[in-house]
Design a protein around this ligand. Structure first.
Ligand code: GEK
Length: 242
């Protein structure tokens, strides 16, 4: 059981830029479920998609794995032999906790938990790559290069699952959906002040794109098939197949 997220529950003189540090690790499962509509369904769906796309004798990459929820769903779901999961995050605190969580399970597919920047990873013999709410934290000018590298390292028939907070295509709709998302957080017990302080902390850290921008990146990288398999308010999960 993770602790309740109360990081922004008290008024702060100055809200610092959000970082994935030890404080966040302690409350992470609670934080992400109360903040990201559909998170649990997406994790389950990633397991289901892995069953369709993971190929025998191949690699699976979970990029920005945090505590490895997607990795665990994939390990539980797949039955194909001789695969390996590379779970990568650049937060030392996340990686240490992820390692201890993953080693508590005894599934057939081994996991290599690595502390690294996902921009520095070389992709090889990949059949399934997951970016579950991670690309949005990369500076925009790094995003195309990463999608290109993933495409190059994927085997034919392999898939990339990309979950992101989206900016909606029209500003009035965008503002209304943002309001509805804030209500979702309020219904999950966050106060207006917590929501406002968290929003300030994420300003310039979480930079959402539109669905069209993601589709354009897939297309430029060479993906010929892509679609949205899940959406709840402005949170969506996309799939692109090589
Ligand atoms: C889940 N996928 O539970 N390199 C490596 N890791 C990074 C980088 C980078 N350049 N930038 C950010 N991260 C997870 C949830 S959380 C999403 C992902 C959220 C990592 C960062 O340290 C954090 O652990 C993760 O990406 C984003 O399925 O908290 O909204």
């Amino acid at each position: 059981m993770s602790k309740t997220d109360d990081i922004y529950a008290n008024p702060l003189d100055q809200v610092d830029t959000f970082r994935f540090d030890q404080k966040v690790v302690e409350v992470f499962p609670d934080m992400i479920k109360r903040s990201v509509p559909g998170y649990t369904t997406i994790i389950d769906g990633i397991g289901q998609l892995a069953k369709k796309y993971v190929q025998p004798n191949s690699r699976i990459y979970d990029l920005g794995c945090s505590l490895g929820a997607a990795t665990l769903a994939i390990r539980q779901a797949i039955t194909v032999p001789d695969c390996q999961i590379m779970a990568v995050d650049n937060s030392k605190a996340m990686i240490e906790r992820c390692q201890s969580i993953q080693s508590g399970y005894n599934f057939e597919t081994p996991v290599d938990v690595q502390e690294a920047d996902i921009n520095d990873i070389e992709f090889e013999n990949a059949s399934f790559v997951v970016l579950n709410f991670t690309l949005q934290f990369l500076p925009r000018d790094q995003r195309q290069n990463l999608i290109n590298k993933i495409y190059s390292g994927l085997n034919d028939g392999g898939a990339l699952v990309l979950s992101e907070k989206l900016t909606m295509g029209f500003s009035e709709i965008d503002q209304n959906i943002i309001d509805i998302h804030h209500n979702f957080k309020k219904q999950n017990g966050y106060s207006d002040m917590e929501i406002a302080q968290k929003r300030a902390a994420l300003e310039n850290v979480l930079i959402p794109d539109t669905r069209e921008q993601h589709y354009q990146r897939f297309k430029s990288a060479g993906f010929s098939q892509y679609d949205t398999w899940f959406q709840y308010y402005n949170f969506a999960s996309l799939i692109a197949v090589k």
